[in-house]
Design a protein around this ligand. Structure first.
Ligand code: SAM
Length: 243
């Protein structure tokens, strides 16, 4: 890849984007979970519960939780008996996740550093692929979607939850003002890192609207691609199947 891509509102080379996304998550890893609560007023827990209800993990299933970070979604799926591989490009996020899992006495989890764009797993290795609040950070999203399909078995499920801007005019204005003004300030107070949270807000604003992303899921070869928007598309659960 040679063209410039967005890192938040800045245009940078693809290599620089991947490097700087890495810096963002290394910088916030220790405070990532508390920041999620502060930024969403605890709502991220409900969204993740709803997401896992849609995935319907079953005992003994092999699930890849991509961009799994500190394990929030993986823990919910492992509690339902699935064997979950938590994969993330950032070793610092995974280290925090491993500590949390040990602290909670959770089993059925394995942890692996992986770039979503080029996975080391063989073809048709997993029953389901999940990616929550991760794909907007990936530099080459179509490549990540193709890899998701490759590593799924036939009949495998793809589930993604992501932010975008809402199309409810009043709510969208309110959220934009909260996000642009308050989130970087909270980030500075809690992590002493305003810039990383400015990037996170900009990356949310730039992520495609639900219907556009649904088309990208279809273009990657998934069938019955669907989008379940919440809060006017501020958060959307996307799904698709490999046949
Ligand atoms: N899924 C977790 C959750 O919902 O709490 C973590 C989400 S966090 C906002 C985004 C994660 O995406 C970070 O852990 C980051 O390291 C990871 N990430 C960014 N680019 C990636 C890539 N190319 N491949 C794999 N993981 C990536």
């Amino acid at each position: 890849m040679s063209d410039k891509v967005n890192f938040g509102d800045e245009l940078v080379s693809p290599e620089e984007k991947t490097r700087r996304v890495g810096e963002v998550f290394s910088s916030v890893a220790r405070r990532y979970d508390i920041m999620n609560d502060l930024m969403s007023g605890g709502m991220h827990r409900l969204w993740k519960d709803r997401f896992v209800n849609r995935v319907k993990p079953r005992g003994g299933e092999e699930i890849l939780d991509m961009a799994g970070g500190t394990g929030d979604v993986a823990f919910r799926m492992a509690r339902r008996g699935a064997r979950v591989t938590v994969a993330d490009i950032n070793a610092d996020m995974l280290a925090v996740g491993k500590e949390r899992a040990e602290h909670r006495g959770l089993t059925g989890l394995s942890w692996k550093v992986e770039n979503a764009e080029a996975l080391s797993f063989g073809d048709a290795a997993f029953d389901a692929y999940t990616i929550v609040f991760g794909i907007r950070n990936v530099t080459d999203i179509p490549a990540a979607l193709r890899e998701a399909r490759r590593i799924l078995k036939r009949g495998g499920r793809f589930y993604c939850m992501e932010f975008s801007s809402s199309d409810w005019p009043g709510f969208s204005k309110l959220y934009d003002s909260w996000a642009s003004n308050m989130i970087p300030r909270i980030g500075k107070a809690v992590t002493d890192d305003e810039e990383s949270y400015r990037y996170l807000v900009e990356s949310i604003r730039r992520f495609p609207r639900p219907n556009t992303f649904r088309q990208m899921v279809t273009d990657a070869g998934f069938v019955r691609a669907a989008a379940e928007p919440m809060l006017g598309g501020l958060v959307t659960i996307h799904s698709g199947w490999k046949i």
